[in-house]
Design a binder for this molecule. Sequence first.
Ligand code: MLT
Length: 409
Amino acid sequence: MATVNPNYENLQGSYLFANIARKVEAFKESHPEADIIRLGIGDVTRPLVPAVIEAIHAAVEEMGSADTFRGYGPEQGYDFLRNAIAEGDYAPLGITIQPDEIFVSDGAKSDVGNIQEIFSENNIIAITDPVYPVYLDSNVMGGRTGKAINGIYEKVVYLPTNAENNFSPAFPKERVDIVYLCCPNNPTGTVLSRARLAEWVQWCKDNEAILMFDSAYEAFITSTDTVRSIYEIEGAREVAIEFRSFSKTAGFTGTRCAYTVVPHEVTAKNAEGKRVPLNPMWNRRQTTKFNGVPYIIQRGAAAVYTPEGRAQIKEHIAYYMENARIIREGLEAIGLTVFGGVDAPYIWIQAPAGMSSWDLFDTLLEKVHIVSTPGSGFGPEGEGYLRLTAFGSRENTIRAVDRIKTLQF
Ligand code: MLT
């Protein structure tokens, strides 16, 4: 008889955002009149910009004509997009990334979830706490975590990240082989300084660890003391894999396009202790299990790098960051302690004394009909916090803040 992957039995509950969606649906059913404002999952609300839409339309036309029609594309992405990424995202930072180090995909979530497959089950992973749940859950599925005891996985190294350490976790004290860092951070909306990231790169080199660097939110950075790419740090090419996405930057959450950079220099040891490059391994994984992002979508993504595309997207990012300011300042005005929202479209709110994350979530949903994300859903250290996203419409953001201001905490 077939047997299931036993690691799945080590997963806790259901995926956070699916869980919240179910809760909200149940509330809607019992309160059909409620005018619900969704500031929970980080899903964008601005439409795709005209430059992207035009490129997609043109690509649709190409697909309708025998002489320009395309079937299977390269699994790693078309050269036109890989070149545009190298030239558009990295060259301006003074970084040289070869197009064959860039793997275009259908999402950073898929890539951060799938990348663990090329590592042995024996690797010890370190995650920040709180954390974007995909890093952890995909490693649970991969058998690297052991069982959860009171919400803590036995084999995972948790790096508490909180107001006390200024959202900059300490280095692990024990052996770690793979470290996940998200900067700007989801869920806390905070960033790590350039100097601290340089120390992390050095730590990974000294400890022969791989750094999984998720920079899906880099477009929202306004501070100068952080990096847009980990490859701004000397030596990072030897230890870091970087994940980027068009989802939040260019409104592709429904359209799906992202990419992962695996530099030629980044290596890990095989069973004989010999260093092997990860780039060909990831290439092998992708060519076996993935058929690439649709041509039409890749054309849309490439339009992000045109002068018109850049200007239009900049406006959307400014729009969301103005929402972030409205939320941050509005909540501070009623005495709440908030973090983030300066370099990222997330605001991390400290629950008033005595309230848990879910207490505050329920209060917002039931009393003022706002969907948020409870901090505890991102890990034990997230308890007592709540996340709001700045990706709503301006109107809903203002209405939501006004409604929260009516609450007596
Ligand atoms: C979030 O709300 O944390 C994000 O939307 C999740 C994601 O990008 O997958």
